[in-house]
Design a protein. Structure first.
Length: 342
């Protein structure tokens, strides 16, 4: 009796498929590389130049994922936007400290390589990099049979940026009487999806048959890089916060110095239809505010004299507006009023 010959492919890992996917990534990322000297995809490591116009460059690095928004993509079999989300979740964190995104790497782990699905995800990542003006320099695709169920996968992103030491946004720049401005979100961004999926399941809501929810659930996270970096380069902001997991209060708290308080007036928040829909599903205000961005995707902390100048850098859809002030105190953040959900 012949003994079975064991191969990696028989265990569920297809190296040829992975190699073909790398070739695809290399072909589309080259188009996004522009005049940069190095070609990084497919090597063991990536090489990039540090911008020459910085006197004291500092490196800033971030990593994040898109959470269970992936499961919504699986339900709708639509994967062309979660790559944008992946880039957004990291680069929106980088700019909080004043850093310009330079490069991005991704990690995709999947039960079995599905070229069509992976190409769609990568195209979104490339688009996100283009919007944030950084380069996809590498990544890893891991085929992991037995770890993930059939058709399941996960993605993670890693961004590196650079900032001149004198341009770093730190807590010391935030002063009493500064104003807090909200930049609208594009929707839910990439937070709160476990609760959303729970609501869909309990309510037996068929996502595929609801055009409003289909559009909202996979709406990509707004990338704020272009607008915020222009404000930083023009010395128009003292601080900022990316509103992600934990909501408005927890994220603003992270940038407020000791001895000062961010006073947020919820009455002034302009929420969105998707959050009004969620609120109607019997979620308390406190839970809404700590789970979702509720319409505020990013916050700026600014000197009152700069308000008119700041507004000129934004389109009508994402024009920032005042939701609070900075005062003396010990609590870091005080939330007042109530969001109008009607």
């Amino acid at each position: 009796m012949k003994k079975e010959k064991f191969t990696y492919e028989k265990s569920g890992v297809n190296i040829n498929a992975a190699d073909n996917f790398v070739k695809f990534i290399s072909s589309i990322s080259t188009n996004n590389r522009g005049k940069k000297k190095f070609s990084n995809i497919g090597g063991f490591g990536s090489i990039s130049s540090i911008p020459k116009n910085l006197k004291k460059p500092k490196i800033v690095a971030c990593t994040d994922g898109v959470g269970t928004k992936i499961e919504i993509a699986n339900i709708l079999k639509k994967y062309d936007t979660i790559g944008i989300d992946l880039v957004a979740m990291s680069v929106n964190d980088l700019i909080v400290q004043g850093a310009k995104p330079l490069l991005f790497l991704d990690y995709i782990s999947i039960n079995k390589i599905d070229i069509k699905k992976l190409k769609s995800i990568i195209k979104g990542i490339i688009k996100g990099c283009k919007i944030s003006k950084c380069e996809l320099v590498g990544g890893e695709t891991a085929e992991m049979p037995g770890t993930y169920e059939k058709n399941k996968f996960d993605i993670a992103g890693f961004a590196v940026g650079v900032v001149d030491e004198k341009k770093i946004l730190n807590k010391k720049k935030i002063k009493k009487n500064d104003l807090i401005m909200a930049i609208p979100s594009s929707g839910m961004h990439s937070n709160g999806y476990s609760l959303v999926r729970y609501i869909l399941k309990k309510g037996r809501i068929n996502l595929k048959n609801n055009n409003f929810l289909k559009n909202e659930m996979l709406k990509p996270t707004k990338i704020y890089v272009d607008e915020v970096l222009k404000l930083i380069n023009n010395n128009l902001i003292n601080g900022c916060a990316n509103i992600t997991g934990g909501g408005l209060s927890e994220n603003i708290k992270r940038v407020i110095p000791d001895g000062l308080v961010a006073n947020i007036d919820l009455n002034k928040i302009k929420t969105k239809k998707i959050f009004k829909w969620l609120k109607m599903k019997n979620i308390e205000d406190k839970e809404m505010l700590k789970t979702f961005n509720c319409g505020v995707g990013f916050c700026l902390i600014v000197n009152p004299k700069n308000i008119n100048k700041i507004e000129k850098f934004f389109s009508k859809e994402f024009k920032p507006y005042i939701i609070g002030t900075i005062s003396s105190g010990k609590d870091k953040v005080k939330i007042n009023g109530k969001i109008n959900w009607s």
